[in-house]
Design a protein around this ligand. Structure first.
Ligand code: NAP
Length: 319
C-alpha cells in the first residue's frame, strides 16, 4: 500500500509518497481502508521538528481518517469488517490503510460522509473540549470564536450554537465570514480590520463576552482580556509565539486564562466527547464543512495550504 513517510524533519518536501508493507494487526488494533484524511496544523509543526518528540522519523503523519474496517484484532468484539469509522490515533493517517488502537476508533453515523468523518478527530474533539471541558460554556452565555473559519473554528460555531450560546465568530476574508455566518454565528467580525473588537461591547450590551475560544493567542490574548465580561474565560487553543499581557485585566474581572491541548484530555472523558459528536452528527446540528481536497501524493501542498490565511473549512487528503 502507499503511504506518506517522513524520513527526516524539515519543510513540506519531506512528505514523500512511498510503497510500504501492509501493517500487521495486533489483538487490540483495527485496520481501516482509508477514504479521507484530515490535515491538521499540528502535523506541520511535528514535521518541521519543532514540536517536542511526538514522532521520530521515519514515520507516517496524521491522526484523523475516516473509512471502513477491513481487519479487527483478535481481542476486539465490538467492531466488524465493513463498519464505517473515523479515528483520532497518533500517527499513520496519511496512507491508503491505517492501523489504529481500538480506543482511537469511533463509529461514523450513516448520514456523515467519509470526508466529514475525517474532519472530526482533532477539530471537533478540540472544539468540544475547549467549549465545555475547559471553557465551561453554559447555555445563555456569549462566546467569541476568535478564528472561526478553519477546522476547529467551524466546529466551535456549530457546537456553541446548538448548545444555546450567543456566538460571535471572526474570519479574515469575505468568504470565511460568509461561511461562519452560514454555520450559525449570530455576529461576524473581521480579524484583519482596525479595532474590530470594539463591536463586542455593543453586541453584548456593554457586559463583554463570557467566553473566548482563541486560535491565535500570541496576537490576540491582551485584546481578548480587554473584551471579557466579569468572570470571563479565555481558552487558548492555538498559539504561535509570545505576547505581553497586562495581568490587571484578569484582576479587574476575576477572569481566567485556560490553556488546552487535546492530548491532555483525561482518557475516561474521550468516549463522552465522541458520543456528543455522534449525537450532533445524527441530529444534524454538526455538519463538518470540507474546504480544499488534495490527493495523498499532494500532502506537501496541503501542508503549505493549511498554514496560509484565508481558511475555509477543513483541508483533506483523498487517498
Ligand atoms: P485552520 O483550519 O488552519 O484555521 C486557522 C484559523 O485561525 C482560521 O479561522 C484563521 O482565520 C484563524 N486566524 C488567522 N489569523 C487570525 C487572527 N489574527 N486572529 C484570530 N484568528 C486568526 O486551523 P485549525 O485546525 O482550525 O486550528 C486552529 C489553531 O488551533 C491552530 O493554531 C492549531 O495548531 C491549533 N489547534 C490546537 C489544538 C489543541 O489541542 N490545543 C487542537 C487543534 C488545533 P482566517 O484564515 O480567516 O484569517
Amino acid at each position: 500500500m502507499k503511504a506518506i513517510r517522513v524520513e527526516k524533519f524539515g519543510g513540506p518536501e519531506v512528505l514523500q509518497l512511498v510503497e510500504v508493507e501492509k501493517p500487521i494487526v495486533g489483538p487490540h488494533q483495527v485496520l481501516i481502508e482509508v477514504r479521507a484524511i484530515g490535515v491538521n496544523p499540528v502535523e506541520t509543526y511535528i514535521r518541521s521538528g519543532n514540536y517536542g518528540n511526538m514522532m521520530t522519523p521515519p514515520y507516517t503523519p496524521g491522526s484523523d481518517v475516516a473509512g471502513e474496517v477491513i481487519e479487527v484484532g483478535a481481542e476486539i468484539t465490538d467492531l466488524k469488517i465493513g463498519d464505517r469509522v473515523y479515528t483520532w490515533n497518533p500517527g499513520g493517517a496519511y496512507a491508503e490503510q491505517m492501523l489504529c488502537e481500538r480506543k482511537g476508533v469511533f463509529a461514523l453515523p450513516d448520514n456523515a460522509s467519509f470526508e466529514q468523518g475525517a474532519a472530526l478527530g482533532v477539530p471537533y474533539a478540540t472544539a468540544h473540549r475547549a467549549l465545555f471541558g475547559r471553557g465551561g460554556a453554559r447555555a445563555g452565555e456569549s462566546v467569541l470564536i476568535h478564528g472561526a473559519s478553519g477546522g476547529v473554528g467551524i466546529a466551535c460555531v456549530q457546537l456553541a450554537r446548538a448548545f444555546g450560546l450567543t456566538v460571535i465568530g471572526t474570519a479574515g476574508t469575505e468568504e470565511g465570514r460568509r461561511l461562519v455566518s452560514e454555520q450559525g454565528a449570530h455576529q461576524i467580525l473581521d480579524h484583519t480590520a482596525d479595532n474590530y473588537l470594539m463591536a463586542v461591547s455593543e453586541i453584548t450590551g456593554g457586559r463583554g463576552v463570557d467566553l473566548i475560544i482563541e486560535m491565535l493567542a500570541n496576537v490576540n490574548l491582551q485584546s481578548d482580556l480587554e473584551v471579557l465580561a466579569q468572570y470571563g474565560r479565555v481558552v487558548i487553543v492555538g498559539n504561535r509565539g509570545e505576547i505581553t499581557i497586562n495581568p490587571r485585566e484578569t484582576m479587574k474581572r476575576d477572569a481566567d486564562i485556560r490553556g488546552m491541548t487535546l492530548f491532555n484530555v483525561p482518557p475516561h472523558e474521550v468516549p463522552g466527547i465522541h458520543a456528543a459528536l455522534r449525537a450532533g452528527l445524527e441530529n444534524g446540528s454538526l455538519n463538518p464543512i470540507i474546504g480544499r481536497r488534495f490527493s495523498l501524493g499532494e500532502a506537501a501542498l496541503a501542508h503549505e495550504e493549511i498554514m496560509k490565511s484565508g481558511s475555509w473549512g477543513k483541508i483533506i487528503l483523498v487517498p
